[in-house]
Design a protein around this ligand. Structure first.
Ligand code: FES
Ligand code: FES
Length: 178
């Protein structure tokens, strides 16, 4: 029989965490105004996926390492697993679902990923596409080093990255008329 471990005299159960505060936030997501009550500690990734049903934003590492969860917040790529929903009050968000709604053509970045075979399983793809979209929307063409820098924060287990880089370059060529 396994002996039971006695509870040391004076041991106390750790106190339960205080219930976190709730906040009302208003923001724009893919062009739609959204108002919601959120807990202080609710991650943006959970807000988008669980509360708004925008599951195109993928969650891989949950530690800010893989880049799969990237969306655009006021046109800047942001890792939603490291961002709280309350931090986005008043912001304008774009997720992969907002790039080309069902009745719209693919964006140049999406088309380039398709044409250059820049994806295999597709798990990492929404994050890459959002970061590439931010690059393509810049006023000046980023040089190769800037492209490599921007993509270096994204991990892909399938492609070897070559076709992803080709796709981003194709989209940049189209945007800057080269
Ligand atoms: S899930 Fe956010 S960076 Fe990996
Ligand atoms: S395409 Fe599978 S992880 Fe990138």
């Amino acid at each position: 029989m396994t002996p039971s471990v006695p509870t040391p005299l004076g041991a106390r159960t750790p106190p339960l965490a205080e219930p976190s505060a709730w906040h009302e936030i208003s923001l724009t997501v893919n062009g739609r105004p959204v108002t919601a009550q959120v807990e202080s500690r609710l991650l943006l990734s959970d807000f988008l996926r669980d509360r708004l049903g925008l599951t195109g934003t993928h969650v891989g590492c949950e530690h800010g390492v893989c880049g799969a969860c990237t969306v655009l917040v006021d046109d800047e790529p942001v890792r939603t697993c490291l961002t709280l929903a309350v931090q986005c009050a008043g912001a304008e968000l774009r997720t992969v679902e907002g790039l080309a709604p069902a009745d719209a053509p693919l964006t140049p970045v999406q088309r380039a990923f398709h044409e250059c075979h820049g994806m295999q399983c597709g798990f990492c793809t929404p994050g890459f596409v959002m970061t590439a979209t931010a690059l393509v929307e810049q006023h000046e063409r980023p040089d190769e080093e800037q492209v490599a820098d921007a993509l270096s924060g994204h991990l892909c287990r399938c492609t070897g990255y070559r076709n992803i880089r080709r796709a981003v370059c194709q989209a940049l060529d189209e945007r800057f008329g080269e």
